[in-house]
Write a protein that binds this ligand. Structure first.
Ligand code: G1P
Length: 295
């Protein structure tokens, strides 16, 4: 596995999750026992990444604190014999390097990724959106498969995709597949199309691998009707210029949890809590009681 660099954009304002996100980033909201960003770093570490760049914004400094090695906390947990809690902070032992940079203005996902140019230099890199967890208690290996597809096919970009209901295509970037294989070539892609314009119901699922050619494409991508530079449009430009783009389907057991609004946040939290290996059983009993069942 040759790719070590991962970029995690976390600059979004999280307005759909107010007031929870008034003074804390949405990416730090807990899902079960861990904040969302910790799931993402653990997933990427398992796939070989050990350098992480967070593209942050105003009010996001608690992400930096979370990944900081807290020597006092470690010492006090050790002295009081709470080794089990130490293992919950396993990311502190991953040997990972964390970097942070700030997006100055809310100018879209493409603009956020452009801040990674100095970080990743001339090497390919992974992008993982900071508000999506993939896989439940078992982290997803999708990034490993993306890297494999990227390297094997000589693509300029590899994208994870998932099938979404047709009435939700306007919430995602949608790709036009060349075949119905597990790994397929992308013929076109369009950001948040109307249902009538969507080339399929295969949605971009928040994990990507890019060649550094992306940065130049972002520079040449215009802003959309909202004044934002869309990552999808930069990929579309690479494709139009003859670059190969491949997509890898998320397997059905690796569900994606997109924490963008309260409905999806509550669903995700409840699912993770109810299936927690330690607390899940008691919680399921409690929930059954709440729901008025006898079993
Ligand atoms: C972004 C991408 C979109 C992708 C989605 C996945 O949109 O622009 O292509 O399908 O993430 O969650 P956002 O959700 O930031 O509006």
């Amino acid at each position: 596995m040759s790719i070590r660099n991962a970029v995690i954009p976390v600059a979004g304002l999280g307005t759909r999750l107010l007031p929870a996100t008034k003074s804390q980033p949405k990416e730090m909201l807990p899902v079960g026992k861990k904040p969302i960003v910790q799931y993402i770093v653990e997933e990427l570490s398992l796939c070989g990444m050990d350098r992480f760049l967070f593209v942050t914004g105003r009010g996001k400094s608690s992400i930096e604190d979370h990944f900081d090695i807290d020597a006092d906390l470690i010492r006090s947990l050790r002295e009081s014999g709470k080794e089990d809690l130490l293992s919950e902070l396993e990311f502190e032992r991953l040997g990972a390097n964390f970097f942070y940079t700030r997006q100055h203005q809310q100018r879209g996902l493409g603009d956020a990724i452009s801040y990674a140019e100095n970080f990743s230099g001339t090497e390919p890199f992974v992008v993982a959106l900071g508000d999506s967890i993939i896989g439940r208690h078992e982290p997803s290996r999708i990034v490993e498969r993306l890297i494999e597809a990227f390297e094997k096919s000589g693509a300029i970009c590899a994208i994870a995709v998932e099938e979404v209901p047709l009435d939700q295509v306007s919430m995602y970037g949608i790709v036009k597949p060349a075949s119905d294989a597990e790994v397929f070539e992308v013929l076109d892609l369009i950001e948040k199309p109307a249902r009538s314009e969507a080339p399929s119901n295969w949605a971009i699922a928040g994990r990507y691998v890019f060649s550094p050619a992306l940065f130049d494409a972002i520079r040449r991508t215009g802003v959309d009707h909202r004044g934002e530079i869309q990552l999808t449009n930069a990929i579309r430009l690479l494709l139009a210029e003859g670059g190969k783009v491949v997509a890898v389907r998320l397997p059905s057991h690796e569900k994606r949890y997109d924490i963008g609004n309260f409905e999806s946040y509550f669903e995700t939290f409840v699912e993770f809590a109810l299936t927690d290996p330690v607390y899940g059983e008691k919680l399921r009993q409690y929930a059954r009681g709440l729901l008025g069942e006898n079993s």
